[in-house]
Design a protein around this ligand. Sequence first.
Ligand SMILES: Nc1ncnc2c1ncn2[C@@H]1O[C@H](COP(=O)(O)OP(=O)(O)OP(=O)(O)O)[C@@H](O)[C@H]1O
Length: 290
Amino acid sequence: MSAMATATPQGHIEVENFSLSYETIDGLVDAVTNTHIHVKPGEFVSIVGPSGCGKSTFLNAVAGFLKPTTGTITVDGERVSGPSAERGMVFQQYSLFPWKTVRENVEFGLKMRGMPRSQRERAARTLLGLAGLEAFEKHYPEKLSGGMKQRVGIVRALATGPKVLLLDEPFGALDAQTRVIMQQILTNMWQRLKISVLFVTHDIDEAIFLSDRVYCMTARPGSIKAEIPIPLERPRQQSVMMSSEFLALRRGLMSLIREESLKAMGGEINDLGMQGLNIELHGHSLVEVL
Ligand SMILES: Nc1ncnc2c1ncn2[C@@H]1O[C@H](COP(=O)(O)OP(=O)(O)OP(=O)(O)O)[C@@H](O)[C@H]1O
């Protein structure tokens, strides 16, 4: 099934009691511990947290590239046991085939699945159109800007019609202006395709602007420290970032992350930034954080 055939929201992610430890020559490194999250069908959820808290580890496990040490991950009730075309992944580094054109890159997954040429060309062109890339279908990646390469990466991950799109700092290498445009393009595609998105970022503004909900992780070993609903109306314009509602959410999230970053460095803070916000703390009382 192509991505464009998707009509009703899908991609219900459930992660329960997840932990993952890496085996190293110096012993076990506990990256993520005791983590529960869910993403409802069609929901846009971001994960933020201090550097090294296990965000990428977690996302790679949802993608099926890493095996949980404990716990389960399911998508629409099916247990994740390895990578699948149902879960598209986009990395910060543009992982395009340099010897293939833009359209050939997008068609690759469909070709592997045996889709006839005319059908996959049509699917690729439709998605490239949604990403504003129709004029570049015959270009090779080296001729594209960073933003364009990443748009191709997203389109390629969407081409096989995944239920879930997983993005690991996809705009981290882009300049601020390109980033804003990419956020708008991603939002438009997500709304058209009605799939679930799980998005890892360092950028608090980006997480708030894009998401329905944001999970904030503790310092390593990462677990969920707080869950923050983002009640900003959609469609969202850039101007929402100047609203008092947005700034309050930003202040709250910054307090949470700052506290974790300091904890990781052995410090403590008192912060009133989260007062009055609807923040659900997982295993931590608000008093503990304020
Ligand atoms: N292959 C590995 N072997 C051993 N330890 C690892 C491995 N990959 C990651 N780690 C460790 O696990 C922890 C979590 O890493 P991870 O990359 O998931 O965090 P992150 O939150 O995505 O980091 P960042 O915000 O810096 O991108 C870190 O301490 C990291 O050093």
